[in-house]
Design a protein around this ligand. Sequence first.
Ligand code: KG4
Ligand code: ZN
Length: 349
Amino acid sequence: MRNAKVLGFESSCDETGVALVEVRGDEPPRLLSEALHSQVEMHAAYGGVVPELASRDHIRRVVPLARQVLQRAGCALHEIDLVAYTRGPGLAGALLVGAGAAVALAAALGKPALGIHHLEGHLLSPFLAPRPPTFPFVALLVSGGHTQLMEVQGLGRYRLLGETIDDAAGEAFDKSAKLMGLGYPGGPALARLAEDGNPAAFALPRPLLHSGDLDFSFAGLKTAVLTAHRKLGPAPGPAVLADLAASAQAAIVDVLVAKSLKALKLSGLRRLVVAGGVGANLRLRQALDAGALELGACVVYPPLSLCTDNGAMIALAAAMRWQQGLVLPQTDGAFDVRPRWPLDELQSG
Ligand code: KG4
Ligand code: ZN
């Protein structure tokens, strides 16, 4: 067990996140301070993320945010033991900003730099919850680009149980929202509108619900939402749009819940950890909690603020790896932005 203060950088997409996490002995990791800048307003004008603008904004934000984090924690530069960054997956230019800042800082301080897989960051983020999980557990990873069920036996011991064969759950939210004219970012907007609607108003498909495996498919659902939306004519009223949003959300949630519960049954595990942006969805949380209760299982979520992209999850994953001696620090200044997942060298199941 090693003690460490870890400064983490996240810059894979449209959020610049920096955070300082401390690990001491057997104690749970502690988030000392964090800062986040969301580019949502900047990209909203374009209806989606513009990669070149994203990279340039990360460049503007990354150093001031790092200063803020250290200042808030009262931490001097020389007290940092390890610098972590998101190595992928993500937008190449955006990733390079965080990787560049982290590797340069580590080199200047003579400390190691560690590239963290973005999904491992999400997966471990519930360890910053007030009541963190213990291994082993089933993890439902639901972000904008991924939908996966993993069996997690321990740190770095991840076995893929099932994943989407086309669109991710977050993409289903985002694409449905876009075609309904709800703009970007679509997921939260669709979820908000759905609160005023009837989830049974439209009979939308539940793809692969009875496939017998743990894979997902959301591309057909998006097409079904598109077809239903077209049938509403050129200017549908707010009530019927809310019904469609609620129906789309219910279809996504039903499949995510059914497969997660099946993963618990098949693995014999009784703990489910939910991570990634879609994990912020309140209806998903309610349905998972209810389903898990029937199975005698528990569900752990990261704090709402840590569901979407942030620096804390990257600092946390690096800190946990450091604590367990599970790191291969790169002190030669080389960037590592390979999006391998699960990590080949540790996929022992
Ligand atoms: O994990 P994340 O911040 O970024 C990726 O790594 O992709 O996830 C972003 C995704 C987007 O698809 C967004 O629409 C979705 O999470 N999302 C939500 C909610 N908040 C964020 N989807 C449904 N309901 C929400 N409340
Ligand atoms: Zn993410």
